[in-house]
Design a protein around this ligand. Structure first.
Ligand code: SF4
Length: 429
């Protein structure tokens, strides 16, 4: 097989694209392609470990805050009395010690519904997935790379209600899971918050689980004071969705149901008040994920992006994290589509679907890269500006040693690294 030099027509794309083999394949390491990103098949869970049986049978009453520890049996905690919250939120709330690399706090209070049975879905990339009941109780499972302490909801509300105006939190978010009680308990948790804390002071987002939801449920979250409704689509194409969260892993989710609830959210919450989570690097091409970003913008919504990271204990923990060049291109292009009115049709892509031109001038692109906001964690906005997410999820999609989503404003040294990862030379100042 002979290789020929490919003529570059774009000044920006210098990395990994210079040699094209005559069969169309690149001689560089391919990015996280569909063929590479196949999850393991889930193993059978022993009957005695299913549905949180040990936790329910022993029925140990919870006492205050529970810190995840897989060395002993978890107490019997369940929503709406109990919720789990991210490590970052627990540190910021002051109920757990610890410091975060280059972050003072998180601006989003991320809450997660909790039950001994856990989430009944089996998503291949997720640390909360059902197959994990074989080896650990639900309250002890890692999720987006961190532990999630369990705390009485009343205690959280008591702390924040003392002074919502000066709270470090710019937003609260309730993450639903796949469980028969998920909707009712979301309403109760939301009401417990809005009864004591004005949602105009600290707005609330819902990260929904469409599989068990109806349009009326979406409306109810709005009526109870939710500000933004998001759908954890996670997969960028129907094929990736089916393989990672549908029948490919004995999980109940359907692409069509997720879109139905997304459409309901568009109607009920209105422009800029709905969106979808997308994980980049699970087998879709850059072109495919950016077409999805454009579709969401055309509907009036936003995309909130995560860089795929092989979560320990998940069915994809043997697979590579998204290479930084792939992630940075998607991150930058997504920011241009979401916030700078650039359309995916203006961009150019190579034969592997990779961004080869961002559709704006070199000078404009350079300014946007140097501003750094494009590379921050994306999500629902806080109190700073529309394109800066309150939901900063410190190190939820990468280790601090190789940051994917910056949970803080990148400094000059970060921008230098980002430019290197993008293979866009450092600008002359
Ligand atoms: S529905 Fe959500 S929480 Fe449950 S396994 Fe899937 S991604 Fe994880």
């Amino acid at each position: 097989m002979s290789c020929i030099e490919q003529k570059k027509e774009d000044s920006y794309f210098k990395g990994g694209d210079s040699v094209l083999c005559s069969d169309g394949a690149k001689d560089t390491i391919p990015n996280n392609a569909f063929e590479t990103m196949a999850p393991r098949a889930p193993a059978e869970t022993p009957v005695e470990r299913r549905n949180g049986r040990p936790v329910k049978a022993n029925d140990i009453p919870p006492q205050g805050v529970y810190l995840p520890n897989n060395n002993y049996l978890a107490p019997h905690m369940k929503s709406p009395e109990y919720v789990q919250l991210s490590n970052a939120a627990a540190i910021t709330l002051g109920i757990m010690g610890g410091r975060m690399y280059r972050c003072e706090c998180t601006r989003c209070l991320n809450l997660l519904l909790t039950y001994p049975e856990g989430c009944r879905a089996n998503c291949a990339y997720c640390g909360l997935a059902r197959h994990r009941e074989a080896d650990r109780d639900y309250a002890d499972r890692n999720f987006i790379r961190v532990d999630w302490p369990a705390v009485p909801m009343a205690e959280i509300v008591d702390i924040v209600a003392q002074d919502p105006t000066n709270s470090p939190f710019h937003r609260m978010c309730i993450s639903m899971i796949t469980h028969p009680r998920s909707e009712d308990d979301t309403f109760t948790v939301l009401k417990a918050w809005t009864d004591r804390i004005d949602p105009a002071t600290i707005p609330v987002s819902i990260l929904s689980n469409p599989t068990t939801m109806t349009r009326e449920d979406v409306q109810r979250t709005k009526d109870l004071g939710a500000d933004i409704f998001t759908v954890a689509l996670d997969a960028a194409t129907p094929e990736v969705f089916d393989r990672t969260r549908g029948k490919g892993v004995q999980s109940p989710h359907k692409w069509s149901k997720y879109w139905q609830i997304l459409e309901d959210a568009k109607d009920i919450f209105g422009p800029q008040k709905f969106g979808a989570h997308i994980i980049v690097g699970m087998g879709e091409t850059e072109h495919e994920v950016l077409q999805l970003v454009q579709r969401l913008v055309d509907l009036g919504g936003h995309s909130h992006m995560f860089c795929f990271f092989p979560e320990e204990g998940s069915l994809m923990d043997h697979l590579p994290a998204t290479p930084r060049d792939q992630w940075r291109r998607v991150q930058l292009a997504r920011y241009l589509i979401d916030y700078r009115d650039v359309r995916v049709e203006q961009m150019r892509f190579d034969q592997k679907g990779r961004v080869s031109n961002f559709g704006i001038s070199d000078a404009e692109l350079s300014d946007i890269i140097d501003e750094g906001v494009a590379f921050r964690t994306s999500g629902c906005p806080g109190k700073v500006r529309d394109d800066v997410s309150a939901c900063d999820r410190p190190y939820g999609d990468s280790p601090p040693s190789n940051i994917a989503s910056y949970p803080f404003q990148p400094k000059k040294k970060d921008i230098r690294l980002i430019r290197k990862q993008l293979d866009i030379p450092v600008s002359v100042e």
